[in-house]
Write a protein that binds this ligand. Structure first.
Ligand code: HEC
Length: 218
């Protein structure tokens, strides 16, 4: 009977001490806390924008070394600069906040972009789709890829630019993903050039400015 009493007494004491110590946790106090393991609470460090003797110029905040290359440059789209991490049509091919594909190229279509697009198309796409995009690439002659889409098909002509971006990025059917090979800006350059290729095959004399039409009309 005595022993049970002792045990209860010990338990009560432990509980009282426990509550006494742990119960104060989280209270505000002006006194420094009891520190059993100081971990790395206090260490030498530079405070931002404060004077400091460590560097020769006496500043703690140093400028980047000369000729440092920025890790990220924004793309100049028709709606202003866009960084690679932004949820914007130029990065996704989709209208922001929806799953709809954007209709038109977010990059300003210039002669330079078309040149770049031609070069990249001939490197990455013409082997299968052919230099005209009509599906008669070398892969067809070799018989290694039986059914390559003709990019001159009405269906492809009518696709939104964003959907073509999606196909280039992730691939489709037998076509592999080209996202890892072709950077974002080059994908849009290829799309701009592809549109020019389609126009070259599907355009008519009536698409020319009126004063130039006469030269081509019989
Ligand atoms: C290895 C061969 C190969 C290469 C390289 C290739 N494609 Fe394709 N592409 C295909 C095949 C095959 C299809 C048909 C896919 C299907 O419908 O199953 C296709 C389909 C497409 C389509 C139609 C997608 C649709 O909605 O039906 C587009 C647009 C396209 N490719 C664009 C490109 C562009 C642009 C490039 C260059 C960046 C490219 N492809 C490179 C083989 C290729």
């Amino acid at each position: 009977m005595r022993q049970v009493l002792y045990i209860i007494l010990i338990l009560l004491t432990v509980a009282a001490v426990g509550v006494g110590i742990a119960g104060r946790r989280g209270r505000l106090s002006r006194k420094p806390p009891i520190e059993v393991f100081p971990d790395m609470d206090r260490q030498l460090r530079l405070r931002p924008a404060q004077p400091n003797g460590f560097f020769p110029n006496g500043l703690s905040s140093q400028l980047p070394p000369r000729e440092t290359v920025a890790r990220s440059e924004p793309l100049q789209t028709v709606n202003g600069p866009v960084y690679a991490f932004e949820d914007a049509p130029v990065n996704t091919g989709r209208v922001t906040g929806t799953t709809n594909f954007v209709e038109t190229n977010p990059l300003p279509v210039t002669g330079q972009l078309l040149q770049r697009g031609r070069e990249r198309f001939n490197i990455y796409c013409s082997s299968c789709h052919g230099a005209l995009g009509d599906g008669n690439g070398i892969s067809k002659k070799l018989g290694v890829m039986p059914a390559v889409a003709s990019l001159q098909d009405k269906r492809i002509v009518e696709l939104a630019d964003g959907e073509i971006f999606h196909t280039i990025t992730l691939g489709k059917g037998l076509m592999g993903a080209h996202g890892p090979l072709v950077p974002v800006a080059d994908r849009w350059a290829i799309i701009a050039y592809l549109r020019a290729l389609q126009l070259s095959q599907l355009g008519s004399v009536d698409d020319l400015p009126p004063d130039q039409q006469a030269a081509f009309k019989k």
